[in-house]
Design a protein around this ligand. Structure first.
Ligand code: TRP
Length: 382
């Protein structure tokens, strides 16, 4: 088997998610837990049924607290290093479902500091500017402005830094080296950074001066950060943050993770219909060498990136998905047909997203919080 690597900065190779669960020490979301979610929410999101959100830490605990009236808040984030692609949007769609279903706040961190430390070619001004641009995509997903707080680490530093300092004092370089594989020659911003990513997990507790459970929806590569947060925060008197973790939306060319550095592999939130047509047109499929062969032998949907996109985002109805799969296996359906359907679905999705994204410019201040705002008052107001 090919080797794979998953760290917060690198996802490569063929990711074996079962192995990852073992390596990371996270838990699979089992049928019992799924049933609990269904009981509480009255519904079950396809991303859960399909194991796209597949793993967790302490989700059972946080649901139990919720049932007893101890409400949690959500925390997630984005490293603003470039444009948003649909692989980024996927977990946010689920996060919105969590917000709506449990009627809870979302605290959203833009890590402009992180991307400055980790990206050779980006200035701090650029990553900071990108945090506003990326926030438009977050807002376009439809989060409730009354319950959603978006902030940049650089801008909210006065609030965040004092708590990051308390956290950083409890983390040694050898913990960081072991968890992230950083080395003696890594810049010291990188070594410090994980303490900034831990702070939002206690931000609401700090503002309200009581301990409030935190649930973090995130892609599985972020787990190492929260492993450290879970180790340190109880030492400062807070709950361990719980998490619910998803797999990556693969690239269109067979990669494990859609990547921004590979422009033709990713569908960006601002892509035109023409660009979508071109990219999906060139996607890797499970098709045979010729139409004749495919009609005889059938296609192989399980390796097909177009089918993966149906599965993960664009055909959420189980019966519809199954019939696409069967028709492919039986040779009744050729790749061109699937590609046209996917193009149509992505274009429709993006048209809607882009409209909301433009509208977001004028309502950004309903979501954005900065040092100028007294956080305590803000919470009372909302
Ligand atoms: N480090 C993340 C990234 O590079 C951004 C991030 C910050 C985040 N806080 C988070 C992601 C919480 C998920 C959950 O994208």
């Amino acid at each position: 088997m090919k080797d794979f690597i998953v760290t917060p900065w690198e996802v490569s190779g063929d990711v074996d998610y079962t192995k990852l669960v073992e390596q990371f020490g996270i838990k699979l979301i089992d049928p019992n837990l799924m049933k609990t979610i269904e009981q509480i929410s009255g519904s079950n999101h396809p991303f859960l049924q399909r194991r796209i959100f597949f793993a967790h830490r302490d989700l059972d605990w946080i649901l139990n607290e919720y049932q007893q009236g101890n409400k949690f808040f959500l925390y997630t984030g984005r490293g603003p290093s470039g444009d948003i692609h649909i692989g980024h949007i996927m977990p946010w769609i689920f996060t919105k479902w969590l917000q709506d279903t449990f009627n809870v706040e979302l605290w959203f961190q833009m890590t402009d500091d992180e991307k400055f430390y980790f990206k050779e070619n980006l200035s701090l001004e650029e990553t900071h500017q990108l945090s506003y641009e990326n926030a438009l995509d977050v807002i376009a997903v439809g989060f409730d402005p009354k319950k959603t707080f978006i902030f940049s680490n650089i801008e909210l530093a006065n609030t965040l830094y004092r708590h990051a300092a308390r956290i950083a004092k409890k983390i040694t370089f050898s913990m960081i080296r072991a968890t992230f594989g950083l080395t003696e020659s890594s810049n010291i911003g990188q070594i410090f950074y994980t303490s900034m990513q831990a702070v939002p997990a206690i931000l609401k507790s700090l503002i309200e001066e009581r301990n409030i459970p935190c649930l973090i929806p995130h892609a599985v590569d972020q787990d190492p950060h929260f492993r450290i947060a879970r180790d340190v925060l109880p030492k400062l008197g807070y709950y361990k943050p719980a998490s619910i973790q998803c797999i990556f939306l693969p690239g269109l060319k067979q990669q494990s993770k859609m990547s921004t550095t590979n422009g033709t592999d990713a569908i960006f939130s601002t892509d035109s219909a023409e660009e979508v047509r071109k990219k999906v047109g060139n996607a890797f499929t499970g098709g045979r060498g010729s139409a004749k062969e495919q009609k005889e032998l059938g296609g192989t949907p399980d390796v097909c990136s177009v089918f993966k996109y149906f599965f993960m985002m664009f055909i959420l109805d189980n019966e519809e998905l199954l019939s696409v799969r069967n028709e492919c296996l039986n040779g009744e359906r050729l790749c061109g047909e699937c590609k046209s359907i996917l193009i149509e679905k992505i274009v429709k999705f993006l048209r809607h997203h882009q409209e909301k994204r433009e509208k977001a410019r004028s309502i950004l201040d309903k979501y954005w919080i900065s040092e100028k705002i007294d956080l305590k008052q803000l919470v009372n107001k909302k």
